[in-house]
Design a protein around this ligand. Structure first.
Ligand code: GLN
Length: 281
């Protein structure tokens, strides 16, 4: 029977990629049902045969590229553990910037908020837990994604968050107006070579790609914003680091004001925002 430290060394050598040691630790901690610190506290402890088999299977799946988040069924976002399955995009730290901006732009304790294309529910759940007085509607075209989002809302006891299925604004009631509309839509060009690398190979294509320029969905979201925002309300959309100029033009063409782009924590252009100001027109 192998010891924890030896198993980790061996797995890290086989996994490769950017973070083989961390990946191995997360997978082994998952098999043992313990936090990663356990692996450092008990390096000499031995696994039983079932645990060894389970770990070996996960390492083999990781070697062929399966994302760690799908293998353990979980990913942290905004310090909230979220359930993830291959039906949803794996929440990424860049998207926490969008949450931060939404909280700053609208400091009021009461708000109506729409999250378009919620996936795992990451953005909506982060906002719902930060602002219990906000009322949120989170949509997705995928029922399978909404099932995951509902599990997460339940896990974090969000009572101020509802879900609706449909294509972008089709899922929202025609008469309801929002103070904030937020979205991390698909924005990758459909021929982007990155789609053949790393985790994205295993993620739902519908959550990643958006036409030739990657901007088709951002265009749809911006075009409908005025009709669904309250006067003074903001639209915030995540996009690729090289899409800020085009996203800004799309927002202005859609009649939004005070349009600007904010960088993520890595200093890369990430979120474009704009406001519905009927008086400006
Ligand atoms: N940021 C993701 C990536 O790196 C794309 C997410 C999206 O399309 N919304 O591929």
């Amino acid at each position: 029977m192998a010891r924890i430290d030896a198993l980790l060394r061996d797995a890290a050598d086989r996994i490769g990629g950017d973070s083989p040691r961390l990946d191995a630790e997360i997978l082994l901690a998952h098999v043992l049902g313990k936090p990663r610190s356990h692996l450092y506290a008990w390096p000499e402890r031995k696994l039983d045969a079932n645990q060894c088999d389970a770990f070996t299977r996960l390492v083999e799946q990781r070697i062929v590229g399966e994302p760690v988040a799908y293998l353990v069924g979980e990913q942290e976002f905004w310090s909230l553990p979220l359930t993830v399955t291959p039906a949803v995009l794996i929440p990424r730290p860049e998207t926490e910037r969008l949450v931060e901006l939404a909280l700053t732009l609208h400091p009021e304790p009461v708000a109506d908020v729409l999250d378009l294309g919620t996936g795992s529910g990451a953005i909506a759940i982060a906002l719902a837990t930060e602002r219990p007085g906000w009322r949120l509607l989170a949509t997705d075209i995928s029922e399978a994604a909404l099932d995951v989002a509902r599990i997460n809302a339940e896990r974090h006891r969000c009572r101020n968050l509802d879900f609706a299925q449909g294509n972008w604004y089709d899922a929202a009631p025609a008469t309801r107006r929002f103070d904030l509309i937020v979205s991390n839509p698909p924005y990758v060009r459909n021929d982007d070579p990155h789609l053949q690398q790393g985790d994205v190979r295993f993620e739902p294509e519908g959550a990643l790609t958006s036409g030739h320029g990657g901007l088709d969905d951002i265009r749809r979201i911006a075009a409908g914003a005025r009709e669904h925002l309250r006067p003074g309300g903001w639209l915030l959309v995540e996009h690729g680091y090289d899409q800020a100029v085009e996203a800004g033009e799309i927002f202005r063409e859609a009649g939004l004001s005070e349009v600007r782009c904010e960088p993520d924590l890595g200093g890369r252009d990430r979120v474009t925002l704009g406001r519905y100001r009927p008086d400006d027109l």
